[in-house]
Design a protein. Sequence first.
Length: 213
Amino acid sequence: MVTAVDRYVHWRYAAFRWRYELSVMQKIGLALVFAGITGLVAQIRIPFELVPITGQTFAVLLAGALLGRRWGGASLAFYVGLGAAGVPWFYGWSGGIGHFTGATMGYLMGFVLAALFVGFFVDRYINSRKFLPMLGLMLFATFVLIYGPGLLWLNTFMPGGIFSYSLWWSGMLIFIPGDVIKAVAAAAVVKVIAPKEAYNGEVDKGRVWRRVP
């Protein structure tokens, strides 16, 4: 007897397999959709000094996990590139090349790196789709790949050098509670909707949780 759980497992496998088998133009379209979603959650913001607190990190992490390395990274590259070209989907419904000379440019570059990183592991390792491994990957992507470039670039706008407290407070410490919550939420979404079966020649495909009915 096929249960509701069995049907759901089959559905999520089919959905990810479908995403993998799309044409290039369809994948571009899907990447643009996620770029738009990132733009929408960017409007969920708390203004704070040079760098606002927004919902972007949640969308960035999910783009990598749901679209994979290439198209998750492409999604954020579209977001950054089209935003710089004038599409008003940065925080505050803004856009333009000025964001590449402003304080947030390092974080924007970090978004692309984070999506590529998370997507790489989702594409290659089935077990990375478990909650705890995915949470660890997302926290690493946030703390190293987003905060790292963000702080290095923000340092050029603030006195005191890279070791100044004001830089670390404005560029990272204030964001940690919210970004941890967003990583937990994103990892929980991935755990629920990402298949635990191979659909793309994963390295650990011989060690799956359960078979598709």
